[in-house]
Design a protein around this ligand. Structure first.
Ligand SMILES: NC(=O)C1=CN([C@@H]2O[C@H](COP(=O)(O)OP(=O)(O)OC[C@H]3O[C@@H](n4cnc5c(N)ncnc54)[C@H](OP(=O)(O)O)[C@@H]3O)[C@@H](O)[C@H]2O)C=CC1
Ligand SMILES: O=CC(=O)O
Length: 319
């Protein structure tokens, strides 16, 4: 008999076909409060779970006694309690690398949009304010030849560095726990302490995973160290930043602006002060959201799933 698996995110039908070759699929295009009880019912005899963002912890796993594998359609896996999964000998996988270029493009988009005030000027044109010449109050700041500090020079960070170095002649600083020699050699990136990076960068780009060590990695003290002209970019996870401290830094002119793809609360609350600031450009967590990349990510996750259920080691098994 085919193992039962649950897909809890909208995926292309080719992805479903790949899984259906060897599994019986229960498909939820998305999970919400209405269908969650049905999902939990289905989970009771499911052997696999594939999707993104669902919190998988002891509480959920208690309701999934047959589960053998959990496959994220994402590179980040802060939604998974890996210890709880390991205790129950349940495999977990993610989709690294395939999205690096796409997320790096999004980050460059945030850098350019914030520095050159593209969303604000778009509104200026569309609301008929372009009646005379553009006054100085609408000018932005240059991106090219500036200093870009990348906190988290991994797969995505390196592709941001590539674009910034070759496309924008930027000087790259970076901070990790360990050196990334490839980024140093290929993009002339210079390793430095977090403090030095914050003091020297015109653009600070946060790209670490969310872990117990990176919760609120950037907070009051870190914003105080940044230049008043600094633009802060976050496409990692909302909780890597102390959002209250970010709001304070933007309100008081401690930093110039911010480009944000992620928030502590997602979808973001409409009363979040960040939404009413002209010097903040926001995106709805769409770093990897292109047709091509999301399709590839889902195919990779599906391959992880069927490989694991066959009894082989999935290509992206998390330790
Ligand atoms: N906005 C979006 O849509 C997307 C967001 N993401 C987020 O981006 C994250 C990074 O992805 P990816 O580049 O593939 O991951 P990688 O693992 O390739 O890179 C992460 C980097 O962060 C560094 N890092 C980890 N912990 C710390 C720390 N405590 N202090 C300083 N640096 C640290 C690592 O270096 P070292 O280990 O040496 O410290 C590594 O260089 C994902 O985990 C996810 O949360 C990813 C895709 C899309
Ligand atoms: O946030 C997206 C991811 O892939 O992680």
């Amino acid at each position: 008999m085919k193992p039962k698996i649950i897909v809890y995110k909208k995926v292309d039908k080719k992805v479903l076909e790949l899984i259906e070759d060897t599994c019986k699929v229960v498909y939820f295009e998305k999970l919400d409060s209405q269908n969650f009880p049905v999902f939990l019912e289905e989970l009771k005899d499911a052997e696999g779970l594939i999707g993104s963002g669902l919190k998988v912890d002891h509480e959920l796993l208690d309701q999934a006694p047959q589960l053998k594998i959990v496959c994220n359609i994402s590179v980040g896996y802060d939604n998974l309690d890996l210890t709880a999964l390991a205790e129950r000998r349940i495999m977990a996988t993610n989709t690294p690398d395939v999205l690096n270029d796409t997320v790096a493009d999004t980050i460059m988009g945030l850098i350019l949009s914030t520095a050159r005030r593209i969303p604000e000027l778009d509104q200026w044109v569309k609301t008929g304010q372009w009646e005379s010449g553009l006054g100085e109050k609408w000018f932005g700041v240059d991106v090219h030849h500036k200093v870009l500090g990348i906190i988290g020079m991994g797969g995505i960070g390196s592709d941001v560095a590539k674009r910034a170095h070759y496309g924008f002649d930027m000087e790259i600083l970076y901070h990790n726990r360990s050196r990334n020699e490839a980024a140093e050699q290929k993009y002339g990136a210079t390793y430095c302490s977090l403090e030095e990076l914050l003091k020297k960068s015109d653009f600070v780009c946060l790209m670490t995973p969310l872990t117990p060590q990176t919760v609120n990695l950037i907070g009051k003290r870190e914003f105080e160290l940044m230049k008043e002209s600094a633009i802060f970019i976050n496409a990692s996870r909302g909780k890597t930043v102390d959002e209250e401290a970010l709001i304070h830094a933007l309100k008081t002119g401690q930093i110039y602006g911010a480009g944000l793809d992620v928030f502590v609360q997602e979808p973001v609350n409409m009363d979040n002060p960040l939404l009413s600031m002209n010097n903040v450009v926001t995106l709805p967590h769409i770093g990897s959201a292109t047709y091509e990349t999301r399709f590839k990510m889902a195919m990779i996750a599906a391959t992880n799933l069927v490989t694991g259920l066959k009894g082989d080691v999935p290509p992206n098994l998390l330790k």
